[in-house]
Design a protein around this ligand. Structure first.
Ligand SMILES: N[C@@H](CCC(=O)N[C@@H](CS)C(=O)NCC(=O)O)C(=O)O
Length: 209
């Protein structure tokens, strides 16, 4: 196998980086991308990441021509144009906008979960803002309720951009909020997630134990 032609700044705990890894596995491209592990938080930026992505966030993908693509949504779009199989982001029609909207909601759920992590893990306890934390938690529960009642059947139809993003988000909830107990409130989603969790792309990209 030839050497990877691209390099991904990532962290095994990052759910946004996991989205990229899942798509790489699903589309048979994992061997094309070398992985560069970095540890970043909003209060501990990494100089090399900041050089390539001024906002300091991961994932960021360095291409063979030295251009850098960042934000997981943009990276997934780029990589989905780099394989010959069935696109994981519908190219046009109503399916495109529906699946991207579902993915966007799962990304927003993830943003809320990551912000909760920063508030509870990085900020001193006496400075925690409970109203703010409660409202981030509400964003998560409203989004889960929507997926449960309005989207789980659609999700089951394809493992694509929407499913990858939601699966990564649910995996992150299990990883960072193991006591949340979301499965009892959202049983259809739990059963969907159980099924997709068996996919090789999910098993090979699990967050650290
Ligand atoms: N919208 C971005 C979010 C990326 C993101 O928030 N990544 C986190 C790690 S999970 C990060 O880099 N945090 C460092 C920071 O916010 O400075 C994406 O989809 O890639």
């Amino acid at each position: 196998m030839s050497a990877p032609s691209m390099m991904l700044y990532y962290n095994a705990a990052s759910p946004f980086a996991r989205k990229v890894l899942i798509l790489l596995h699903e589309t048979g491209q994992a061997g094309r991308v070398g992985l560069k592990p970095v540890a970043v938080t909003p209060v501990n930026p990494d100089a090399e990441v900041c050089h390539d992505n001024p906002c300091g966030k991961i994932p960021a993908l360095c291409l063979a021509d030295d251009n850098v693509i960042h934000d997981s949504r943009v990276i997934l779009d780029y990589l989905d144009h780099q394989h010959a199989g069935h696109p994981l982001i519908p190219r046009d029609g109503p399916a495109r906008w529906r699946r991207l909207t579902l993915a966007s909601l799962a990304d927003a759920l993830l943003d809320a979960a990551v912000l909760i992590r920063y508030e509870t893990f990085l900020r001193p306890e006496e400075k925690h803002w409970s109203d703010w934390l409660d409202n981030q938690a509400e964003k998560i529960s409203r989004s889960l309720a929507y997926f449960e009642t309005e989207a789980v059947t659609e999700l089951s139809a394809h493992f694509d951009i929407a499913s990858i993003t939601l699966a990564s988000a649910l995996g992150y909830l299990d990883f960072r909020q193991p006591n949340l107990g979301w499965r009892s409130s959202y049983p259809r989603l739990a059963s969907w997630y159980y099924e997709v969790s068996q996919r090789p792309s999910m098993l090979e990209t699990q967050p650290p134990a």
